[in-house]
Design a protein around this ligand. Structure first.
Ligand SMILES: [Zn+2]
Length: 78
């Protein structure tokens, strides 16, 4: 699991307000995750292998499909 750094976003990442854009590690698709719409995170819409969660002031990204969406929610303290 990794966490986006708002002060040091990569070229293919973005984060503004309640929405962040994250590239999928597996297929390269860039997808949005919203704090409001995706309370339990969102998986890559193309392959599902990357999952991201925006909660409070953190953006957590997990790059596996081992059911770690639960860990994401836990890590965000929701
Ligand atoms: Zn993907």
């Amino acid at each position: 699991m990794r966490e986006l750094n708002k002060q040091n976003l990569a070229l293919n990442e973005d984060w503004y307000g309640d929405t962040a854009a994250i590239p999928c590690f597996a297929c390269g698709k860039v997808f949005l995750v919203s704090k409001i719409l995706h309370r339990k995170g969102r998986a890559c819409p193309a392959c599902g292998r990357t999952r991201a969660l925006l909660a409070r002031s953190r953006c957590l990204v997990t790059e596996s499909c081992d059911g770690s969406d639960l860990n994401l929610v836990k890590a965000a303290g929701e």
